[in-house]
Each structure stands twice: as structure tokens, then as C-alpha cells.
Ligand binder design. Structure first.
Ligand SMILES: Cc1cc2nc3c(=O)[nH]c(=O)nc-3n(C[C@H](O)[C@H](O)[C@H](O)COP(=O)(O)OP(=O)(O)OC[C@H]3O[C@@H](n4cnc5c(N)ncnc54)[C@H](O)[C@@H]3O)c2cc1C
Length: 506
């Protein structure tokens, strides 16, 4: 047996969601290979938003061996089956983008083609009626999916958690794994004169934290990647004009607890509602070129349904990413590497993917292979680009002409990569295939059809079947979905059951 490699000294700068996820991920999944320390500053604090997630977070929680019920209790989390989009395609229209499929492929033809054929004959019901995730969400019911290949297995779920509790939970978890925590503000960065690599971070009280690898999780400040290394910023504001949010928590207005996030289009952007166990998160994401901060605060106060628990708080951001997320021996994770607005709850996912890729390409022993660094940057770029195109679609696929904001996004030129996907859909009802990254067929179909963008043609094989036979088959599916939903507990009841189970086990 060869000698064990010397553990790489990893210094994580920042103790927000990204920082503590990175520390937990590296310490938990690279035992013996990484010696992790983390610097955070209470004086600076964290961004304090970021409450809705994607199903991928479950694999992160599971891989680290975190007990889901304990995690949910500690972060006051709820389950999430998708996002309810309201008023995006046009005012009055709504659809759910589910974490799950619509129907199933028959004779090699995707379900949506059969649905489009039914629609051509005026026989289609709402597309969501054929999705278990959508139907369960609408009924406020939840149960984890079955682990077989039955109808009950055709969806996934994510969490909605309190952003101010998630970091501390991951912090405790990381400390238990041996992560060393340093409280203090970084005021200087030391670098190697020859290579330009970062060698240590200096805190305000003079402490010097040395390392081999530095993960920049300093949030929008991007202290290492942006400020110190000067990595260029690719700006996407011309496609995603929202650059502010007015966030405000509220008490729940009713006893119902939705197992989904709501995104409602507004005259200059959209607003979120994220139900947690103890409160509702609200925020208006808007374009400052089209709405003032005062107007946004007034709008969120007027729209929020429950009693406000705090004044609206303005957050400023720019959409885009650093051209390289890994430069020298610095890797940016979270807001330090880029930001895409929370319309599809993708930011924590992007941090998680960066951590996963870093683990896969980790410089064991401390020597960085430039090919691994390039591979990391390519993967991160791909993830960002996929999300960016999907977000732009929500704005662009609209008939809304009731405000300057919607006129702008409806008529703007979209990236070529999205234009190609739109063309393929318009002509043949097809979705561009890819094997990595986010958002597969069902997601694109949900938004295209949900926002009223129907293709000119669909798979011609669907016309070979008698439309009435097709309608009967789809009705059987709809009834099966409805029957399954009827057996699921209410979301609130399921949460209470899990909490009781946890208490009993303690
Ligand atoms: C309006 C809005 C809504 C969002 N909603 C969602 C959502 O629904 N879903 C989702 O996935 N994501 C969402 N996000 C993104 C999400 O909030 C972030 O991805 C997530 O919180 C990670 O943030 P972070 O850890 O990178 O940064 P931060 O939370 O800002 O943490 C930065 C850390 O760096 C430390 N730091 C900075 N400078 C120094 C220094 N000089 N010395 C020492 N420490 C320092 C800070 O103290 C802090 O600990 C949203 C973001 C915004 C703006």
C-alpha cells in the first residue's frame, strides 16, 4: 500500500449557506484528504435569503448521512413539489412546474405529444391533471415518492427552509466533523510572488490563516475571486433585467400549508411566496430600471397575505457569473462565483454542484492539475448557461404587454442557445436533449405549455390513433393520478407525523 497523501489545507472564506455546505461537503466526503477551516464574520453577516431548493439537495443531505426529519425540524422546513407560476404567460393563467413527469411515453412517443394531439381535437384536460406532483401540490398533500416504478414514484421533492437556520445547522454538522471555525473579518490576502496563488488570509486582529486551497464563499463581495484575483464578470442584465428584491417575512394567513413555492408575475418582475412551518417568506424581485425601491416595498406590503413580521428589506444583485469560477488555487462557490435570480430556486443548487464537481476534481495531495481546473470551469459554465436560458424563457414566452418591463422581455433578443431550443419546440414540439445539467424535458414542457406557447406541429404518429381512444386512455391516467392523491396525507399532517416520529426516536 502507498503512503496516504498529505491532507490538503482548505480554507473556506464565508459562513453563509454556500460556505457551510462547502465545509460540510469537503469534510464529510473527503475524510483524510482535506483539512477544512472556515472563516466567517458575524459583523458582516449573511445574505439571509435563499429558502426554496431543488430536489438535488436531498442527495447532498443523504450523502452526508444527515437525518432528514432532524434537519427539517431544525430549519423549520416544509416539503416542495414544484413552483406555481401565476400570470407569466398572460394575466390570469397559472401552471405548476413540478418536480416530476407528465404521463409517460407510449410507443416511444413522449406524453406531451399525445396531449398536444388531444388538444388539437379539443379533448385535452389541463396538462397538470396528468402529473402526480402537480395534482398533489394543488391538493396540499404530500408523501415521499415510492421507490418502485409505479405511478407513485413519478415525482421528486425538495425543501423550503429558513435561510437563517440552515447555515447554523450545517455549521454544527461541520464542527462535529472536525472543521475549524475562525470568527473575524478578512482584511488582507497574502499571495505567492511567483505563482500568484493565495497563501493566507489575514484577519483584522492579525491572525493569519494559511492554506493550500481557498474556497471563496464570501457572497456578493467575492473577496478572493472577484476583488483579489480580478476574475472578469460576465453580465447578463440585458436578458435578466431584475436586479433588486424587496424581501419580507409574514405570518401565515391561513391554516393551509402549501407543498410548493408560488411565483406571481408583477408589473416589473415577480414575487415569491415560500411557505415554511412557522412563517411565509415573501419577496418582490424587480427591475430597478422599471420600479423604484419604495414602490417595490409598497407593492410587497400590499400583496403579502399575512401579518408582516419585519419591514421589507432591499437586496441588490446583478445577474451573471465570473468567467472562471476556479482561478489559481481559489474556487468560488455560491454568490461569490455568480448569481441567477431565484425564479427557479437554482442558486443553492449551483453551489451544491460546484461542491460536487470540486470533490470529483479535488487536487488530492495539493497539486492542482490545470486540466481539472479547466474541467471544473467548463462544468460550472454549463450549469449556469442552462439555468440562464431556462429563466429567460419564463420572461420571454409571454403575451403580456401591460408594462414596459413585460414589453422589454417579450421583445428582447434571447441567447442563441435559447433561440435554438425555442425553434425546435415551435416547429415540432421537441425538446433539445442533453445529459448533464438542470432542467430536462418535463421542465421545458411545463413552461412552454403552461405559458401558452404551443408548437405548430407535434409527433405525427399520434394522429394514427383514434382520438376518442386516446381520450379514454388519458382519462384513465387522470383518474389514477387523482386516486393516488386522495391516499396522500395533508402536507401539514405529514410534517406533524414526521415530527412525532422524531420525538419518539429521541
Ligand atoms: C433575493 C434573493 C432571493 C434568493 N432566493 C433563493 C432561493 O429561493 N433559492 C436558492 O437556491 N437561492 C436563493 N438565493 C440565493 C441564496 O441566498 C444564496 O445562494 C445562498 O444564500 C448562498 O449565499 P452565500 O453563502 O454565497 O453568501 P452569504 O450568505 O452572503 O455569505 C457570505 C459569507 O461571507 C462572509 N464574509 C464576507 N466578507 C468577509 C470578510 N471580509 N471576512 C470574513 N467573512 C466575510 C460573510 O460574513 C458570510 O458569512 C436568493 C438570493 C437573493 C438575493
Amino acid at each position: 500500500m502507498g503512503e496516504a497523501p498529505t491532507p490538503v489545507r482548505v480554507v473556506v472564506l464565508g459562513g453563509g449557506t454556500a460556505g457551510w455546505m462547502t465545509a460540510a461537503g469537503l469534510a464529510g466526503l473527503l475524510p483524510g484528504l482535506a483539512r477544512v477551516s472556515l472563516i466567517e464574520s458575524e459583523e458582516i453577516g449573511i445574505v439571509g435569503v435563499g429558502e426554496a431548493t431543488l430536489p438535488h439537495i436531498r442527495s447532498f443531505v443523504e450523502r452526508l448521512g444527515i437525518d432528514e426529519a432532524a434537519f427539517m425540524k431544525a430549519t423549520h422546513a416544509t416539503y416542495k413539489l414544484g413552483i406555481d407560476f401565476r400570470d407569466f404567460g398572460r394575466i390570469g393563467q397559472s401552471y405548476i412546474h413540478p418536480f416530476g413527469s407528465f404521463g409517460e411515453e407510449v410507443q416511444g412517443v413522449g406524453f406531451h405529444h399525445w396531449w398536444l394531439e388531444l388538444a388539437r381535437h379539443g379533448l385535452a384536460r389541463d396538462l397538470g391533471d396528468y402529473s402526480l406532483a402537480v395534482a398533489a401540490a394543488r391538493a396540499n398533500r404530500f408523501r415521499p415518492p415510492a421507490e418502485d416504478d409505479s405511478l407513485a414514484s413519478t415525482y421528486g421533492y425538495a425543501y423550503q427552509f429558513d435561510a437563517t437556520l440552515f447555515g447554523p445547522f450545517m455549521r454544527q454538522f461541520s464542527l462535529n466533523l472536525g472543521v475549524e471555525r475562525h470568527e473575524g473579518r478578512v482584511v488582507a490576502v497574502e499571495r505567492d510572488g511567483a505563482s500568484g496563488d493565495v497563501t493566507a488570509l489575514v484577519l483584522a486582529d492579525g491572525r493569519r490563516i494559511a492554506g493550500d486551497l481557498f474556497v471563496d464563499c464570501s457572497g456578493f463581495r467575492s473577496l478572493l475571486l472577484g476583488q483579489e484575483l480580478g476574475e472578469a464578470w460576465e453580465d447578463w442584465a440585458h436578458w435578466l433585467p431584475c436586479d433588486r428584491a424587496a424581501a419580507m417575512p409574514c405570518a401565515h394567513a391561513s391554516a393551509e400549508l402549501r407543498p410548493y413555492t408560488t411565483a406571481t408575475a408583477m408589473p416589473a418582475g415577480w414575487r415569491w411566496q415560500i411557505p415554511l412551518q412557522h412563517r411565509m417568506g415573501n419577496g418582490y424581485v424587480f427591475s430597478s430600471a422599471h420600479l423604484s425601491e419604495d414602490e417595490a416595498c409598497a407593492a410587497i406590503l400590499a400583496a403579502a397575505e399575512g401579518t408582516p413580521l419585519a419591514e421589507p428589506r432591499i437586496l441588490k444583485f446583478r445577474p451573471g457569473r465570473r468567467t472562471r469560477s476556479w482561478s489559481h488555487n481559489v474556487i468560488g462557490v455560491g454568490l461569490a462565483s455568480g448569481f441567477l435570480e431565484p425564479l427557479e430556486s437554482t442558486s443553492i443548487y449551483l453551489a451544491q454542484m460546484a461542491i460536487t464537481y470540486l470533490i470529483e476534481l479535488f487536487p488530492v495531495g495539493g497539486v492542482i492539475d490545470p486540466r481539472d481546473r479547466d474541467a471544473f470551469n467548463r462544468l460550472v459554465d454549463m450549469e449556469y448557461d442552462r439555468v440562464r436560458d431556462f429563466l429567460i424563457l419564463h420572461y420571454h414566452a409571454t403575451t403580456r404587454d401591460d408594462s414596459d418591463f413585460w414589453n422589454h422581455v417579450r421583445t428582447m433578443q434571447v441567447p442563441d442557445s435559447l433561440a435554438g431550443k425555442l425553434e425546435l419546440w415551435r416547429q415540432a414540439g421537441r425538446i433539445a436533449k442533453y445529459s448533464d445539467g438542470l432542467f430536462y424535458d418535463a421542465s421545458w414542457i411545463a413552461v412552454f405549455i403552461g405559458q401558452g406557447l404551443l408548437p405548430e406541429a407535434h409527433d405525427p404518429r399520434t394522429a394514427l390513433i383514434d382520438p376518442n381512444a386516446l381520450a379514454r386512455a388519458s382519462e384513465r391516467l387522470r383518474l389514477a393520478v387523482a386516486g393516488e392523491v386522495a391516499t396522500m396525507p395533508e402536507h401539514r399532517e405529514y410534517l406533524a407525523r414526521e415530527a412525532a416520529r422524531l420525538a419518539e426516536a429521541a
